[in-house]
Design a binder for this molecule. Structure first.
Ligand code: ADP
Length: 307
């Protein structure tokens, strides 16, 4: 939504129109859908709204109108997207026709505003393909509102931005910018210990109790670093890291992974590095070491490569 709005902000400014994005707070942080198509539809509708609005405002909105869960545990959210304007509106008898290719609301449109009459036909088709229906409410002289509803899979991740995170209690002045850290660890005591240490230092920690869950989260959520227990149920940390690294081959990215293991045996460090981990902490955890290794690893990975 924001990227569609951003690309026509200049047009709105030139025409003296107020253009806003209104995104409902109750929407989940992450849903999966076809971002490219969605952006194209919103861009078509917003460009039209700006074109046919001499004064007033254009609002691009998204709100959750329902949420639920499938039998297999997958959660979904019904999202309603809308683009409304205070423009010239569309006469009732033209409201169905304008969705047909090469149709415009009235014959003088082409002369006055240009256009091909294709934008809405394409948008309706794209919304169909995404499983929704593009609809219209309009009153001539008052404005129009185009809207559609899509059922989107809610991803399990809550990608909180630590910069928005309002921690409570006394925190020491952080030594670096807050990091988003994924902690893959099944042991509740260790989880609490790590969370407390890192959050006190201004970082934000998400927990995944298994290697599989960690991989799922990494698919949808951007983190700065992963702390990975080597022994976990469902999938161990070494396997999870190998899969993560093979996925990264196509994206060219590299999320630093620090191994945590109770087996401080010789050869463990090599096994972790071989699996694609960046560093290694042995358990029981020494909290100062933990913080130092986390921050040093994150700092290293933020440095530009040496040419
Ligand atoms: P184009 O804008 O290229 O003519 P579209 O298919 O996007 O083609 O739109 C078809 C017609 O629908 C437009 O020519 C215009 O008459 C009408 N229309 C579309 N959006 C709006 C709007 N927000 N307000 C008023 N009329 C609109």
């Amino acid at each position: 939504i924001r990227s569609a709005v951003r690309s026509v902000e200049g047009v709105a400014q030139q025409s003296g129109l107020v253009l806003t994005a209104s995104i409902d707070e109750t929407l989940p942080d992450a849903v999966s859908g076809d971002g490219l198509r969605l952006r194209q539809v919103l861009l078509n509708l917003t460009s039209n709204a700006l074109k046919f609005t001499p004064r007033g405002e254009v609002v691009v909105s998204a709100r959750a109108i329902g949420m639920g869960e499938e039998d297999d545990g997958r959660r979904w959210t019904d999202v309603e997207f809308g683009v409304s304007d205070t423009g010239i509106g569309i006469p009732t008898d033209r409201q169905i026709l304008i969705f047909e290719p090469f149709r415009q609301a009235d014959g003088s449109t082409t002369r006055q505003f240009g256009g091909t009459g294709l934008g809405l036909a394409i948008s309706r088709r794209l919304v169909d393909l995404m499983g929704g229906k593009l609809e219209l409410d309009s009153q001539p002289g008052k404005g129009s509102r185009f809207f559609f509803r899509l059922r989107m899979t809610t991803t399990a991740v809550i990608c909180e931005d630590p910069r928005k995170h309002k921690g409570t209690g006394s925190h020491r002045v952080p030594s670096m910018a807050p990091l988003r850290i994924l902690l893959a660890e099944d042991n509740a005591v260790n989880q609490r210990l790590v969370i407390r240490t890192l959050e006190r230092n201004g970082h934000h920690v998400e927990v995944a109790p298994t290697g599989l869950e960690a991989l799922k989260r990494l698919e949808h959520c951007q983190v700065d670093l992963v702390l990975m227990d080597v022994h976990m149920p469902e999938m161990d940390g070494l396997t999870a890291t190998r899969i993560l690294r093979s996925r990264e081959v196509s994206t060219g990215s590299h999320v630093p992974v620090i191994a945590m293991t109770a087996n401080a045996m010789r050869g463990d460090r090599e096994k972790c590095l071989e699996a694609g981990m960046d560093d290694y902490i042995s358990k029981p955890l020494h909290l100062d070491d933990l913080l130092a290794v986390v921050e040093a690893t994150a700092n290293r990975s933020q440095k530009p490569p040496i040419l």
